[in-house]
Design a protein around this ligand. Sequence first.
Ligand SMILES: NC(=O)CC[C@H](N)C(=O)O
Length: 352
Amino acid sequence: QKRKKTKVEDVPTPQTVKRQHNPNLPNVIILATGGTIAGAGESAVGTAYTAGQLPIESLLAAVPEASKVANITGEQVAQVGSQAMNDTVWLKLAKRINELAKRSDVHGFVITHGTDTQEETALFLQLTVKTDKPVVLVGAMRSATAISADGPKNLYDAIVTAASNTSKGKGVVVCMNDNLYSARDVEKMNTTNVDAFKAPNAGPVGFVLDGKVAWYNMPLRKHTLDAEFDITNVTELPKVDIVYGYSNLDPAAFNAFVNSGSKGIVIAGVGNGNLYPALEAPIKAATAKGIAVVRSSRVGSGRVTLDAETDDKGLGTVASDEFNPQKARVLLQLALLKTNNQQAIQEMFFRY
Ligand SMILES: NC(=O)CC[C@H](N)C(=O)O
């Protein structure tokens, strides 16, 4: 089997998969989107494979133990490598969770997802799902056809987490390699290793061992039911782009985004979100026109602080706090549904 290109456009109509029902077990819904967890390759020992090939039923077939933990219903929401994830699928996922969460017989959700952009989808759901029911994202670093595939164990752990009574009110979490991470803090930090996910500023919030979940740490920032974003009637998200910082930076990329109609721009700045001087005048001009500019950092951990080395007041910029550039982009897209006011957006970056 040769590697095929994943397509964004086709988000298929949900196919429902039902398994036998045990009235003594909680009902968990799996919403599948693709990724390595559903990946298949020619070789069991290589890293070449196509993400998002296997349907949800094949994933579940590899974890028969899951049927002792929960009644599982599956829906295929998308079938893509998560490099092809987009706003349409995010909105579709969040709306579907909000709809299903109203049902009293639904206990929790598992979202199977590629790992490349798992952190962005997790944060989007953390800020837009209106439920205290568990929402657990899960992926894999080795394809389903690889030796020591990690998907089945990760999926089992995610189902255990979504089925547990202790998981209520914890916000959206990512379950990878025995650990649970808050959607706010989790980042993919290794391109190929099974131990790819970390929350560099906060650490994991819990772990799953021997089919049991243990929680020991929670972010105090607002999420899910306490978040102010309502996507019920939203059909598209504001265009927000990212500009990478480096020495000798050419502001052409920033200016191109301004000219292409971006409503917001996140700078993956150097160090504490600092800017190459050639960016300052274009940023000032952009914020004066009402384009929101957020300073994040390319560093990968730590905070970007307000008015430290960079004059946020003078430039009209917002400091991203702990959000890395790709996550700052998600929050800014949601913030721009409500306001483009610098102060109001800054407060959101400190609230979530
Ligand atoms: N480990 C993975 O899931 C990577 C596969 C693919 N690029 C994706 O993100 O879906």
